[in-house]
Design a protein around this ligand. Structure first.
Ligand SMILES: [Zn+2]
Length: 92
């Protein structure tokens, strides 16, 4: 289980069955539940502010800007002499 403290620079994307969607910073959940709480624990407690339903249709951890971990996963570009150069396989 993913602890909130391990993903504190990110957001949780919560989508309810009613269609309501919220993008909530992890820091907000850490303030409410503490850093040792897991994403699973938070999701079980989450309630839609639109319809008050506790059953969520979809939950995603969203990596936002300045997340070093997320940027490493997307490391397929190289910056050279002020420009952006893509992988050699993608050059024409
Ligand atoms: Zn709802």
């Amino acid at each position: 289980m993913t602890k909130l403290s391990a993903i504190r620079n990110n957001h949780l994307s919560l989508t309810c069955w009613c269609g309501h969607h919220a993008l909530v910073p992890i820091e907000a959940f850490i303030k409410a539940f503490g850093g040792d709480a897991s994403v699973h624990q938070v999701v079980k407690q989450a309630r839609c502010t639109w319809c008050q339903c506790k059953i969520l249709a979809r939950v995603q951890i969203v990596f936002v800007g300045k997340s070093d971990f997320a940027m490493r996963g997307a490391d397929n570009t190289h910056i050279e002499s002020g420009g952006i150069k893509t992988d050699k396989n993608r050059e024409d």
